[in-house]
Design a protein around this ligand. Structure first.
Ligand code: ZN
Length: 79
């Protein structure tokens, strides 16, 4: 039998393989849809003081930007 999870945002129960499961430290975060994960992300970011995680966020932004540039280059080569 497949494991079931309960969405921490809306309470909906969903089977393993669906939704988004994130293990953060000792806490399991289960979201039945990306919409619920986005809601949680918003709540989380509203509560964490920016000085605590802004450096990490900037780092991720740089990483994603570089990835986008690389993908653009690859796309340009294919044409
Ligand atoms: Zn949900």
């Amino acid at each position: 039998m497949k494991k079931k999870y309960r969405c921490i945002v809306c309470g909906r129960v969903f089977p393993e393989g669906q939704g988004i499961i994130i293990k953060y430290g000792n806490t399991l975060l289960a979201f039945h849809k990306s919409k619920c994960a986005a809601k949680f992300l918003k709540l989380l970011l509203e509560r964490i003081p920016p000085e605590e995680i802004e450096d990490y966020i900037k780092h991720i932004l740089r990483e994603l930007e570089e990835k986008q540039k690389l993908e653009e280059k690859l796309r340009a080569k294919k044409i």
